[in-house]
Write a protein that binds this ligand. Structure first.
Ligand SMILES: [Zn+2]
Length: 402
């Protein structure tokens, strides 16, 4: 416990990140409610025993957590008290400063590999886009730009979160580094997820096997090789159904490899790192007195949309956001596996949305709720990159009531 100590530096170490004796997070299977083994927290112990989707979910107890209104530019430092890896570290004897040092150490290593570490990515109103869509000057479209993030996409957020879990497991005695290295990391991807996994794994000095198809982009393959990832090319066997890369990935997991991927179905802990994106949004909105009407998120497997939904839902429960926006998961007509699974695209566009229940109660602004917190909430955001990866329609509010 570090509560009671008043000192705090610019990262909020100690003073602004007090935790109660009981962890604010816990893990449970979304299907059966079972708690995973602490030595394999990414997997439900009942997975594979029936037809249910046994996906590990991280639950946050809002009564035991506080939304960080200000703090470091590194989202894994600023929002650490919302991370399960943080609470696992504290329960295992690590101090707040120990965890911050761990994040910063790994982030420096990432920056050495990829020439950039984790900082809050740009989130700003796109005047031209809003005008072209016919929005009035008071509303518009806001864009969260992840193209300047580590490895060039949001994927690295997910994988950095998993890397922190592995580091904490080793530093708290739940697993040894030698065991993890012997088992190795695995991912099936030939795109942004693979690139992000290779960057984070190289930074963490962990062995990674990447399962790719024979026609993977040569530029991606070259980059993976430069990052010392072990590449396994997976041609389709005669009569084989499904994705040969994913099948090979699953076989690797069954042989002991650690799932280092962006699919929540294989590693539920991958969602949490992605939530930092939503928490950055929530913090920026609170800072500017804005709320969102609708949220559009590009989806492949759905991990980013899940992370955004969960992160914003938690921001509402912690009083940082007044209400949840309506979520639209967007896929292209050329690749819409989730919409195609749900319903034919000719009958319902692939932008079918989940509709979170809006909260009607007022959420006070960060400054009003916590007058002692610094007022720099959301500042320090990078301006790197230019192309949007997701967009939000917003409207200005008084910042007080809905
Ligand atoms: Zn389960």
């Amino acid at each position: 416990m570090d509560g009671g100590r008043g000192a705090s530096d610019e990262r909020g170490v100690d003073g602004a990140h007090r935790v109660s004796d009981a962890p604010a997070t816990r893990l449970e299977c979304a299907a059966c409610g079972a708690a995973p083994d602490a030595r394999a927290p990414w997997r439900c112990p009942n997975a594979g025993r029936d037809d249910l989707d046994h996906i590990v979910a991280r639950r946050l107890d809002a009564a035991r957590a506080t939304f960080p209104c200000a703090g470091a530019v590194n989202p894994f430092v600023r929002f650490r008290t919302l991370l399960h890896s943080y609470h696992a570290a504290r329960a295992g004897g690590m101090s707040d400063a120990d965890f911050v040092a761990l994040v910063e150490e790994l982030d420096r290593a990432v920056a050495e590999v990829d020439s950039r570490g984790f900082v809050a990515t740009p989130f700003a109103r796109s005047g031209a886009l809003g005008e072209s869509l016919g929005f009035a000057s008071g509303g518009g479209v806001w864009v969260k730009d992840e193209t300047g993030n580590v490895s060039g996409s949001h994927k690295a957020r997910h994988l950095f979160g998993i890397a922190l879990v592995l580091e904490v497991m080793e530093r708290t005695g739940l697993a040894s580094r030698a065991e993890h290295d012997r088992r190795g990391l695995a991912i099936a991807s030939c795109g942004n997820a693979a690139l992000a996994a290779a960057v984070v794994a190289r930074a963490a000095r962990r062995p990674l096997e990447v399962f790719i198809p024979p026609d993977a982009d040569p530029k991606v393959v070259k980059r993976l090789q430069s990052l010392d990832a072990h590449i396994a090319v997976c041609p389709r066997a005669p009569g084989e159904k499904g994705d040969p890369c994913y099948h090979a990935f699953r076989r690797a997991l069954e042989a002991g490899a650690l799932p280092f991927c962006c699919q929540g179905s294989d590693n539920g802990l991958t969602i949490e790192g992605g939530e930092t994106l939503a928490w950055e949004i929530a913090a920026a909105l609170a800072d500017d007195g804005l709320t969102l009407d609708r949220l559009f998120v590009q989806v492949g497997g759905g991990a980013l949309a899940s992370a955004c939904a969960q992160g914003l839902r938690e921001a509402v429960s912690l009083g940082a956001l007044a209400k949840l926006p309506q979520l639209h998961a967007v896929q292209t007509f050329g690749a819409f596996p989730r919409a195609a699974r749900a319903t034919p695209p000719t009958r319902r566009p692939p932008s079918a949305c989940a509709r979170p229940t809006p909260r009607t109660s007022c959420a006070r602004s960060c400054a009003t709720r916590r007058p002692t917190a610094p007022s720099s909430c959301g500042r320090g955001r990078s301006r790197r990159g230019a192309s949007p990866t997701a967009s939000w329609m917003t409207r200005p509010t008084t910042g007080t009531r809905w």
